[in-house]
Design a protein. Structure first.
Length: 241
């Protein structure tokens, strides 16, 4: 068994899980396409509004398709002892997690790019003005959020609680990055600054401005935090009562 095998296993299990597809693909894709289309037809500056709301909706996709997906999947496979059995093979711990993370990143990037194509057709959202920054932010954000999701499993006691326990993180990342509209503008300045430190905020900032330096630094810091947390706290077996 190789890294490619774990990658294929993660992808196969994901696309066969109807509940996970509904939560981490259908729902975020519907929001990422539906909200820009709605803004396109209800506001005077429809195209500009649709473009801005789509950028914010990238935070929703990354929070659900990357972070929630892997947090729920790894928690479930841990409780089903699938991870324990994988460790009994020739695969290293790093290969097991890398396959799962790479599979999740692929799914998140595909969903986001499919949504971009849909809003370009349905809401007349223009092709990104800064393609390198856009695609770099999408890929970097997906990797960072998937790593954070894997690290977050250390806080999830049982797989039944996984979906509920990731919701607070999803709401913070989505609202803070503008995924629910300009709600963050009505918050106190110190809270806006705190939300600006989120990885999803860095992704949306890179999409909006084309700047890569600060978003890349932000994602690098969060990636390092996730890797350290995985190294120190990741659990391969269910918690014994």
């Amino acid at each position: 068994m190789t890294f490619a095998a774990t990658y294929k296993l993660g992808a196969r299990l994901f696309w066969r899980d109807k509940a996970m597809l509904a939560a981490s693909v259908v729902t975020p894709a519907g929001l990422a396409v539906g909200m820009p289309v709605l803004m396109r037809h209800v506001q005077a500056d429809g195209v500009a509004a649709a473009t801005e709301i789509f950028r914010g909706s990238a935070a929703i996709i990354l929070s659900l398709t990357a972070f929630m997906n892997i947090a729920v999947a790894l928690s479930t496979r841990r409780d089903q002892l699938i991870l324990k059995r994988l460790r009994a093979t020739r695969l290293t711990d790093g290969q097991i997690l890398a396959g799962e993370i790479a599979s999740t990143v692929t799914q998140a990037v595909v969903v986001l790019l499919a949504c971009l194509a849909a809003v370009m057709v349905l809401a007349e959202v223009p092709f990104p003005a800064h393609p390198a920054a856009f695609f770099g932010a999408v890929l970097g954000g997906a990797v960072t959020m998937a790593l954070l999701g894997a690290a977050y499993t250390a806080l999830i006691p049982r797989s039944e609680l996984a979906a509920a326990m990731v919701m607070p993180f999803f709401l913070v990342c989505a609202v803070g990055a503008g995924g629910m509209g300009p709600l963050v503008q009505y918050l106190p300045g110190w809270l806006q600054n705190a939300f600006g430190l989120l990885p999803t905020s860095a992704v949306v900032h890179a999409m909006r401005t084309g700047e890569l330096a600060m978003p890349a630094l932000n994602l690098a810091v969060w990636t390092l935090v996730a890797l350290v947390a995985i190294r120190l706290r990741f659990r391969w077996e269910p918690r014994r009562s």
